[in-house]
Design a protein around this ligand. Structure first.
Ligand code: AMP
Ligand code: GLY
Length: 433
């Protein structure tokens, strides 16, 4: 392992806005040495060395990390976690930020997560799981009304059908079992449809100690007014101002109970656990868990965090998180996602982007790259559906929101598309949600 003056070389896996935000926070740490990124994007190569590596291949990642003397591997997305990349890196004796393949089943299998929650006594939507289509269809018919149909496995955010009536739910069940979501749809979870505003809570954990990071709220639908298809996330803000007294404590306790239950089951969950909650009239209930930082939630949570991310990540791995200090500014962050026209459907790539530097001259604005790359001439061009996360941090929610939209206006590329109502729900308050 290369350790010079206490500095460690780091390998970061992933290519989204989340990984750009992680990179900017990692380089702030006095412990960060050289950083490699696999594969990275157009905004990350100034701070990190891009490397071609199959990020979902445990042996390939472990052998690269060993060869380069890496002192910390940070895993951004869910697929390498579920594939067991963290296990292989740990087995090679290298510290890694991210849960083991078994622990990542909290995201990799909705049935697994529901079962852990049931045994931990964590409030969540009532549910049943099915492995054959006929009994699943019969159950949905017996419910006779709205419900939520979920493919059990990873489906890139697409395997959830929020059905307003029985016919929609039956279609969802058929889609899952017809192979529409591949292996992920072989088991199907049918849930009670919950009502209320959503709130995400990211926590760091070493399997025992839990450090809650800030709350945030994503906007999943493609169009203004929460219309249109579901996406990976179109914009986000932090913290969530509509929480009632006690709700943050309740959510934190539920996540602690979940991590404790996993430990009793012989699974040490270390890394980031992402709790997706619905704030129902009966209190917060868990909608889902993810085994990683949220995207775009990370882009509004990390800029507000005070503390050394390298130290915190190492402490998650070696079980010493109780010794780590993390603080928060009393500022607000809003991030608006600029997408390629057509997203989440098909879209074009390779459109030159201008105005990023101009946007970043605004005090408090950071533009995280997501779907971008450099073309042969070194210009930044679009290379994905979610292209840039335009993020502003300011002393008030309104200032952060106005600043983010001002920055969006300064950026141009053909097909630039975004929602204009990010944060409106927070301003209107809970009754309007
Ligand atoms: P998930 O991937 O499980 O978070 O689901 C994606 C989205 O579907 C969530 O962010 C919610 O908007 C919605 N959703 C999931 N489960 C439920 C539920 N039980 N009741 C209402 N909406 C849900
Ligand atoms: N923003 C939703 C997610 O990261 O899954």
């Amino acid at each position: 392992m290369n350790v010079t003056d206490g500095k460690l070389d780091i390998l970061l896996l992933g290519s989204g806005g989340r990984e750009h935000a992680l990179l900017l926070k990692l380089v702030e740490s006095p412990r960060a040495g050289r950083i490699w990124v696999a594969p990275g994007n157009g905004g990350m190569d100034e701070l990190a060395t891009p490397v071609t590596l199959d990020q979902d291949d445990p042996a390939a990642v472990a052998s690269f990390a060993t060869d380069k003397g890496i002192g910390l591997v940070v895993i951004g997305p869910e697929a390498p976690l579920v594939a067991g990349v963290a296990d292989a890196v740990r087995a090679a004796g290298i510290p890694v930020f991210g849960p083991s393949g078994r622990a990542a089943q909290m995201e990799g299998s909705k049935r697994f997560a529901k079962d852990v929650m049931a045994r931990a006594g964590v409030p969540t939507a009532a549910w049943r799981s099915f492995t054959d289509e006929a009994s699943c269809l019969a159950y949905v018919r017996s419910l006779g009304g709205p419900c939520v149909v979920k493919a059990d496995g990873l489906a890139a955010g697409k395997g959830v059908i929020v059905a307003q009536d029985v016919d929609e739910a039956l279609d969802g069940v058929r889609e899952c079992f017809s192979g529409g979501f591949g292996e992920a749809g072989r088991t199907v979870v049918v849930e009670e449809l919950l009502q209320g505003p959503e709130c995400s809570l990211l926590v760091l954990t070493d399997g025992t100690t839990l450090v809650p990071l800030a709350t945030s709220q994503d906007h999943k639908r493609a169009l203004d007014g929460d219309k249109g298809p579901n996406t990976g996330g179109m914009g986000v803000y932090s913290p969530v101002p509509i929480l009632l007294p006690g709700e943050l404590e309740q959510m934190t306790q539920m996540m602690q109970a979940t991590v404790d239950q996993l430990r009793r089951d012989g699974i040490t969950y270390s890394g980031c656990l992402y709790g997706g909650f619905m704030l129902t009239e009966d209190g917060p209930k868990v909608l889902e868990y993810n085994a990683r930082f949220g995207d775009p939630e990370t882009q509004v949570v990390l800029p507000r965090m005070r503390g050394d991310l390298v130290e915190a990540f190492l402490a998650c791995d070696d079980g010493t998180l109780d010794r780590v200090d993390i603080g928060w500014g009393d500022d607000w962050a809003v991030s608006v996602v600029l997408t390629s026209a057509g997203y989440p459907g098909s879209y074009e790539r390779g459109k030159p982007i201008s105005g990023i530097e101009d946007a970043e001259t605004l005090d408090g604005v950071t533009v995280y790259h997501a779907g971008t790359r450099r073309d042969g001439g070194g210009r930044i061009v679009t290379d994905g559906g979610r292209v840039l996360d335009v993020t502003a941090v300011a002393g008030s929610f309104e200032d952060a929101r106005n600043l983010a939209y001002q920055a969006c206006d300064r950026i141009s590329f053909e097909g630039k598309t975004y929602r204009h109502d990010i944060g409106i729900k927070a301003i209107k308050g809970r009754t309007s949600l």
